[in-house]
Write a protein that binds this ligand. Structure first.
Ligand code: NAP
Length: 538
């Protein structure tokens, strides 16, 4: 099957590179980098690091790279124990990359260059106040993987903190693909995972302000309420959720003339961002989920302002609505809830305790760590089959565990699974996930014979469907259907005037193309209501 070339146009690339070059030239500081590698050893991570740095140096003479072997005195001076390790502007900051800044991490690398070159952390005022209050050293470790779309957000949070408080905050970005032993030592089997002073302060990506608070308190925080003087943004429409529904709605709304903003607490693209391959989005025979998201995002950014890494923490009713995120306040005449869906949990003993320690809900993020290891993929739908194939492709020894004797997945995928040789445990449910510090085995029950068995495994990947993300809808008081989805009319209007919905949070067919369609419909409906409000019609 052909992989569609989905790169930005040459003109766009040239313009982007021109802007980047200009930005580097105007930076007040040169950027020194020290790369430590193993003498004489061929290492793809070291080579990838060299290539990334080389690509930047072709743009600017402001970057200087010196390379040393691990047995050099410089390695002793900087206390380097892993190769490759890249130190960035070590005379000014304590920022080190253990592994290679490749894949998704190229974004972190670019943002790090910008911060180090300008000497500015770009922290929000809210985060800056919290970071300023930290009164003792913080040594931060962020475990990341090049295939994890959530990781750059967390890695950038940590780098911002290190740039804001050099001498107090240091950061190590640890690539789990390159450093599986280090990941095992911390039982960091899901990324991103963040430690400060050897204490786990974050599992998954946090908003910048929640990260700052977690770093300050040295324990994971879940919420941050900004000060009342936080920035105020006024919009006709505020879209909550940056998946296919929200991004498409943003394009349509702005094109119709509505002042619109999108708020997304996590990575843009929702579930698609972690879908290994998409083969049924019209126009693309086969495309990586993250690539599709990048194309969609680039398109949306042509029109709509996107506030990524911010979570809505409060909504006050009224005309306009008042919406508070972790960073700022909005006044919005209408709100579109495109909040998508959350992973379903098995709810068996061991699952939550070992989450991130071998229990994973994201094969794209965490799969690389399980190369050569034994894992199970639980579920029988499109996601489970796609991800089982992906795990096999990553070199894991994968078995599919399904509770029935036939799969729910589309025939095309079932056929691919059959030819892959991936074994399937039919009619099997997991009753417990066991392990001390990390997953070691699963206890299973055969639903037909009730026979119990124990299976040694290193990882348990769960793809057992999604539950609508309706926390915010419930908070606002929107009526739900008996199945727990948002109840709406044909124009995507919810039970509250001025509040709309689109995408997986509405239920129905959960496809990328249907979510995009619902986003477009909702935006058009909102536009019509602004011209001729339905709640004023007699
Ligand atoms: P899904 O279609 O709802 O399938 C969930 C699977 O998990 C089912 O096989 C289900 O078993 C099993 N399951 C549910 N609860 C379980 C439990 N407690 N214990 C064990 N197994 C359990 O979910 P999905 O595969 O994540 O897909 C979600 C939606 O996205 C679907 O509409 C799907 O079509 C769409 N999607 C599409 C594509 C694509 O078109 N390329 C790719 C991915 C996802 P039963 O079968 O016994 O109910």
């Amino acid at each position: 099957m052909t992989q569609i070339n989905s790169q930005p146009s040459t003109q766009q690339q040239t313009e982007f590179l021109r802007q980047l070059k200009n930005t580097f030239e105007k930076m007040p500081y040169d950027i020194d980098m020290l790369l430590f590698t193993e003498r004489g050893a061929e290492n793809i991570f070291a080579e990838s690091t060299r290539q990334v740095v080389r690509a930047f140096r072709e743009l600017t003479s402001r970057i200087h790279l010196r390379e040393y072997s691990l047995d050099h005195d410089m390695a002793k001076k900087w206390q380097i124990t892993y190769a490759p390790t890249l130190l960035i502007a070590p005379d000014r900051y304590a920022i080190r990359w253990i592994g290679a800044p490749m894949g998704e991490e190229a974004r972190t690398f670019l943002e790090t260059m910008m911060m180090v070159g300008t000497g500015l952390s770009n922290l929000s005022d809210q985060s800056r106040k919290v970071i300023a209050g930290i009164d003792s050293e913080r040594h931060v470790k962020v475990f990341v993987s090049p295939t994890c779309p959530y990781c750059p957000q967390q890695a950038v949070n940590a780098v911002k903190a290190a740039v804001e408080r050099p001498g107090v905050i240091s950061v190590e970005l640890i690539d789990i693909q390159c450093n599986p032993e280090l990941a095992h030592q911390y039982s960091a089997h899901s990324v991103p995972q963040t430690y400060a002073e050897e204490v786990l302060i974050g599992q998954g990506a946090q908003s910048e302000e929640v990260f700052a608070l977690s770093l300050s308190k040295l324990e994971p925080q879940t919420i941050f309420i900004p000060d009342s003087d936080a920035e105020l943004v006024e919009t006709d429409l505020l879209i909550v959720g940056g998946g296919p529904a929200g991004l498409t709605a943003g394009i349509y709304a702005v094109r119709s003339g509505l002042k619109t903003a999108i708020v997304e607490r996590n990575a843009l693209g929702g579930q698609v961002a972690t879908t290994p391959v998409v083969e049924n989005y019209p126009g693309f025979t086969q495309i990586g989920g993250k690539t599709l998201v990048d194309i969609l995002t680039a398109h949306a950014l042509e029109y709509v302002q996107i506030f990524q890494g911010e979570e809505v923490v409060d909504v006050t009713p009224g005309q306009p609505f008042g919406v508070t995120t972790t960073r700022r306040r909005f006044k919005a005449n209408s709100i579109l809830l495109a909040t998508g869906a959350n992973h379903k949990h098995l709810n068996v003993p061991g699952e939550s305790r070992l989450a991130g320690k071998g229990v994973s809900y994201c094969s794209t993020c965490d799969g690389p760590l399980f190369k050569g290891r034994t894992v199970v993929m639980v579920g029988g739908g499109n996601s489970a089959v796609t991800e089982a194939l992906y795990l096999q492709h990553m070199g894991a020894h994968v078995t599919l565990v399904h509770r029935r004797d036939s799969l729910r997945a589309q025939k095309f995928l079932v056929d691919q699974l059959a030819s892959s040789g991936i074994p399937i445990l039919w009619n099997t449910e997991i009753s417990e996930i066991r392990g001390k510090d990390r997953v070691e085995s699963i206890e299973t029950t055969n639903t037909q014979t009730h026979e119990k068995a124990s299976l040694p495994v290193d990882g348990v990947f769960l793809s057992i469907g999604y539950e609508p993300a309706v926390e915010l809808a419930q908070k606002i008081g929107v009526t739900l259907t008996p199945d727990g989805y948002i109840q709406k009319d044909a124009g995507h209007r919810t039970s509250i005037s001025g509040v709309y919905s689109a995408g997986d949070v509405e239920g129905g067919y959960k496809q990328i193309v249907t979510a995009a369609g619902q986003g477009a419909e909702a935006a058009m409906s909102i536009f019509e209501d602004v011209i001729n409000p339905y709640w004023n019609r007699s």
